[in-house]
Design a protein around this ligand. Sequence first.
Ligand SMILES: Nc1ncnc2c1ncn2[C@@H]1O[C@H](COP(=O)(O)OP(=O)(O)OP(=O)(O)O)[C@@H](O)[C@H]1O
Ligand SMILES: [Mg+2]
Length: 273
Amino acid sequence: MSVAAAGEGPGRPGGRPVVRFAGVSQRFAGAPGTPPVVALEDLSLDVERHEFVAVLGPSGCGKSTLLRLVAGLLAPSAGRVEVHSMPVVEPRDDTGIVFQRPTLLPWHDVLGNVTFPARHKTGSVTPAHAARARELLELVGLSDFARRRPDELSGGMQQRVGIARALLLDPDILLMDEPFSALDALTRDEMSFELLRIWTERPKTVLFITHSIAEALLLADRIVVMTARPGRIREIIDVGLPRPRSMDTLAHPRFHELSAHIRGQLFSRPVAA
Ligand SMILES: Nc1ncnc2c1ncn2[C@@H]1O[C@H](COP(=O)(O)OP(=O)(O)OP(=O)(O)O)[C@@H](O)[C@H]1O
Ligand SMILES: [Mg+2]
């Protein structure tokens, strides 16, 4: 099995990484009278251009924190987070984000939410933006809900609006925080293959957080397996399953082999001395 150990430096040879974490630690103030929460500790990772990297790890190990650092929503307590070799200091226009919770604007309808990145970036929504938004709504199965408000949608539908919104400006970097977790199994599979289709047609650098080993194996080039808090990289796995991926991928012997390996990593506990 080709498994590269954490800390071996850049994941893929050649080219400058699009995203770089260099010795990143993140501490948050604890409740009064309690010590700070160490969410991430000394984490280093390079994500190469157009690479699809999935991150798996126990709840609370700092996965969303990792994404917020790349998104420019948080500054690291220690170390550096860079995009295209520049420190991330604020949200970037070339980065699309799907948050763990959809965070839609309640006063806009679905179309208004999906076109929000255009309005935010340029101050207006062109007919081309509106047309693209409608295409994306069709893609995520929400064409009939364009004029509905977020509170009229189910959680899974809101999440799909968030996915369409993140894709509107065809970002070079796509950050996805458990984007499919609120979807039913069938829609989830459909959306996974749809995401792969979009990624193949319009290549992007993707950082994808998930709790699903199968989803990570189906989508990613590499999988970062994290430890429980404080989050560190436990292992980086080269998936190496042939592309294009399809339902047949699920029956591939390597899929089962890696699945069992990752499950072992995620559920193994440190042995007491
Ligand atoms: N703004 C904040 N202030 C204080 N603590 C925070 C803050 N954001 C995150 N934390 C803490 O940092 C740790 C990591 O949180 P994070 O949301 O990154 O975990 P996660 O891996 O995404 O978990 P989950 O899988 O449940 O979504 C948690 O202990 C959390 O309580
Ligand atoms: Mg999270």
